[in-house]
Structure formats: structure tokens, C-alpha cells
Design a protein around this ligand. Structure first.
Ligand SMILES: *Cc1c(COP(=O)(O)O)cnc(C)c1O
Length: 445
């Protein structure tokens, strides 16, 4: 039986799929006027091409040759059949995973960072700023910037900066400057530190700092690793390749699972299958998130800011409130208060289901995966593994021979401390208390 389904290099898709051709994504609003923002409002932050991609209704968007050439370092990525996991679970289902851990930074994130670095360099920008949680996004951007001669400043959430030195070293090795956030580099960072010197930081705060830095420097733009339409667009390379790989072996997905932080890897995996679903095909999409940061399962669907300092436009999304500071769980990349508006729209319309898990059950699933399939997955990805395993167990109980796919968003080689904690029974479960969520979202309603 075949473990690995490889797409020939010359069959790599050369266009991204734009979901906005097929669904209406609520537009970002200008917080002052409550009207849809105009491209010029965003020009201090993003290059022109993104503003175009953010709002475009064009179904297919050409991937520039320069981006294709760098993608070719690790793409097309393999699709694996998880044969040993199937056997272990005694499920009649088939399980496939799209392995994004083969990229040099080890996750799906360079699918967009390379595109972002390219467009910025092309428009004469010399430095990019960004935030990073667990360090995956920062390292993906640091990796991409070098190819196009860009400087890179990464505001890294303080608790991750302290917990994950290896990601910091990786970013610095790729030439980036890494600053723990909140920092004293920005007005906003200084203010937060004064109020709460012990804060673990949050993605919301780090985003605010990175934006402030970009706005205050002419040659500098800001780069976001998830949530926005153009990021999800670049990630559709995942689902487009997966679709071709399934076709190559005569398979059709019945279920696609993925983990959701801001929603980019999961959206990238499922969006190319949405037109089939809209045509009435039966395919189930499952978004998995932590119970410690349950935006899709417990948040409210409303307009909210993307960052703590309220510098971003208002985005229509499932949110826990822009002041939400999630507990320091190991899946740092899933600690974001909101989710991509395009994905939230699909959840709200009932096209995508969502589920939330505890930390320990997620690591239990990851360990089963490692012991059957061999790869050590990132703690974020472990949520997708858990969702796929749950689906496969349901098939065992019902006898259904479904085809279950999941996006395996990255490896966990820099997260071994988290595995160590799990192996030694030290991992704590945490569910964000309902009352606190209600309080956090009260001011939004
Ligand atoms: C960043 C990250 C995530 C979460 O981000 P999304 O935008 O939701 O994809 C998931 N898995 C890995 C490995 C990551 O690095």
C-alpha cells in the first residue's frame, strides 16, 4: 500500500484560489466611520498588491514566478496515507494528511511569508515588522525576507520568547531582529509594561507593537501571518495540491479537519473544496481549537478589532474580545482572540463545524500519531490530529468507510518541552471560564 502521494513538480498549481469569487465575506470596517475601509486607509501598513488581493473577487490569482521558484524548495508537499494510524485505531476509514512540516521553517506559514516578502520587495519596501506567538510565523517571515533582501523585525510574545529559545535563534540565524513583546520600542508596549510588568504578552499586544513600528517608519510595512483574506489566499496552495493528489489516486475527501489559530492553514486546506460543497457535494469540514482559547466555539460573531490597541479595522469574526489574554498553553499559535472573517462566515453559514479540545487529550492524540506515523507534530497541529482520530473512531463505531483528510500544519521539533511536560504528566487542562468569556465580549454586544 502506498504511504506517500507525491504530486509531480510540474503539476504544482500556479494560481491561488480566491474564495471571494464564491462567497461574500463581510468587509472590514473603518472604526471611525463604521463604513467599509478603503484601500488608502491601509496603505501605511500593507503593499498595494495586498490591498488588491484583500478585496479582489477574481477567482484565480497568478502565483508570481519568483514565488513559485522559492515554493519549489519544498513544494509540492507530500500527501500521506496514515496507514499505521488506521490500523492502530482499527477504523474502516482511510486517513490522509497533507504534510506541511517539510518547509524549511517547518510549517505551512512560508506559503504566505514568501509571497508577502516578494510583493513588499517588489514595491520598494526595505523592512517588514511582524508579531509572532510560538515563533513559527516569525521564523517563516525571517526565512522569506532573506530571499528578497528585506530586513525583518519580529515582536515575539514574551511567554513564547522565554519558553522557546530555539525559534528565536532560528529567526536570528535567518537574519531577523527579535524583540520580546511587550517591549519598550513602542508607545503601546511601554504603556502595557507600566500597567502590568508581569504580563505574559499576547498576540494582540504584539500585533499592536508591530503595526505601530511600521506606521512610524516610511520604508517599513507590516506583515500578518493569518486572518486576512490575502493570507488565506496564499495558503490555498495546500488545498489545491491536496485536491490534485486525491484525484491522482481516485479518492474523494468526505471529511477535512484542521487546527485553527487565526484560520490560515485550515482555510488554505478547505477553501478549494468549498465550491464542491456549494454545489451540494457532501463533505464535512471540522475546525479544531483549544478550550483555553475557544473563539469559534464560544466567541460571538460580531465586528471587533484584530489587536488590543484597536489600530486595525473592525473585522467581522467570532471573537473573545480584543482584550482577551489567553492562558499560556503550549499551542501558542492558537492563542488568538478572533479568527479569519472568511472562515467565520463559513462557520456562521453552517458550512464548517467547530470543536474545542483540552490540552492533554490533544497531546494524547499527538503521541499516538508519533508512535504510529513517526512524525512529531506541532502542539497546534495536534488539535487537527485529535479531530481526525475522533472522526476515525466514529467510523469504527458506525462501520462507515469514510475518507478523512487533515492538514498537518507543521512539525514539533521545537516544542519538545511540551511533549516532555505531557510525558511526565505535568500538562494542565484549562478551559476558559464561561463567565470571563461573557464579560470579555459584553462590551462588543
Ligand atoms: C501558526 C500555526 C498554526 C495556526 O495558525 P493558522 O493561521 O490558524 O493556520 C497552526 N499550526 C502551525 C504548525 C502553526 O505554525
Amino acid at each position: 500500500m502506498q504511504h506517500k502521494i507525491l504530486l509531480p513538480e510540474d503539476e504544482m498549481p500556479d494560481k491561488w484560489y480566491n474564495i471571494q469569487a464564491d462567497i461574500e465575506v463581510p468587509p472590514p470596517l473603518n472604526p471611525a466611520t463604521k463604513k467599509p475601509i478603503e484601500a488608502k486607509d491601509m496603505q501605511p501598513i500593507f503593499p498595494k498588491e495586498f490591498l488588491h488581493q484583500e478585496m479582489s473577487r477574481q477567482r484565480w490569482i497568478e502565483i508570481p514566478d519568483e514565488v513559485m521558484e522559492i515554493y519549489a524548495i519544498w513544494r509540492p508537499s507530500p500527501l500521506y496515507r496514515a496507514i499505521n494510524l488506521e490500523k492502530y485505531l482499527k477504523t474502516p476509514a482511510k486517513i490522509y494528511y497533507k504534510w506541511e512540516g517539510v518547509s524549511p521553517p517547518g510549517s505551512h506559514k512560508p506559503n504566505t511569508s514568501v509571497a508577502q516578502a516578494y510583493y513588499n520587495a517588489n514595491e520598494g519596501i526595505s523592512r517588514l515588522t511582524t508579531e509572532t506567538g510560538a515563533g513559527q510565523w516569525g521564523s517563516a517571515l525571517a526565512f522569506a525576507c532573506q530571499f528578497f533582501g528585506l530586513e525583518c523585525t519580529v515582536y515575539m510574545v514574551k511567554c513564547s520568547y522565554e519558553q522557546k529559545p530555539y525559534r528565536r535563534i532560528l529567526m536570528q540565524t535567518w537574519g531577523a531582529e527579535v524583540v520580546p513583546s511587550p517591549s519598550d520600542r513602542t508607545e503601546f508596549g511601554r504603556m502595557i509594561r507600566e500597567k502590568d510588568p508581569e504580563t505574559p504578552g499576547s498576540l494582540g499586544i504584539a500585533i499592536s507593537e508591530a503595526i505601530e513600528d511600521a506606521v512610524k517608519h516610511e520604508d517599513t510595512k507590516y506583515s500578518l501571518g493569518s486572518v486576512l483574506n490575502h493570507v488565506l489566499l496564499h495558503q490555498t496552495i495546500i488545498g489545491l495540491e491536496m485536491k490534485k493528489q486525491l484525484e491522482m489516486i481516485g479518492e474523494k475527501a468526505d471529511v477535512i479537519c484542521g487546527c485553527v489559530g487565526g484560520g490560515s492553514n485550515f482555510s488554505g486546506g478547505i477553501f478549494p473544496f468549498i465550491p464542491d460543497k456549494l454545489k451540494g457535494e457532501e463533505i464535512k469540514f471540522v475546525a479544531a481549537e483549544p478550550k483555553a482559547c475557544p473563539s469559534l466555539t464560544k466567541g460571538i460573531y460580531t465586528y471587533d478589532f484584530g489587536d488590543t490597541a484597536k489600530q486595525t479595522p473592525l473585522l467581522k469574526m467570532y471573537t473573545l474580545g480584543h482584550n482577551f489574554i489567553p492562558p499560556a498553553i503550549h499551542a501558542g499559535g492558537l492563542r488568538y482572540h478572533g479568527d479569519a472573517p472568511a472562515l467565520c462566515k463559513l462557520v456562521n453559514d453552517g458550512f464548517v463545524e467547530s470543536v474545542a479540545y483540552y490540552q492533554t487529550e490533544v497531546f494524547e492524540a499527538a503521541k499516538i500519531f508519533t508512535q504510529t506515523e513517526g512524525f512529531v507534530v506541532a502542539p497546534e497541529t495536534a488539535h487537527a490530529v485529535k479531530a481526525a482520530i475522533d472522526e476515525a473512531i466514529r467510523c469504527r463505531e458506525s462501520g462507515e468507510e469514510k475518507t478523512i483528510c487533515f492538514v498537518n500544519s507543521g512539525h514539533g521539533h521545537f516544542d519538545l518541552a511540551a511533549y516532555d511536560a505531557y510525558n511526565n504528566g505535568l500538562l494542565k487542562d484549562y478551559e476558559y471560564p464561561e463567565e470571563l468569556i461573557k464579560e470579555a465580549v459584553k462590551e462588543l454586544q
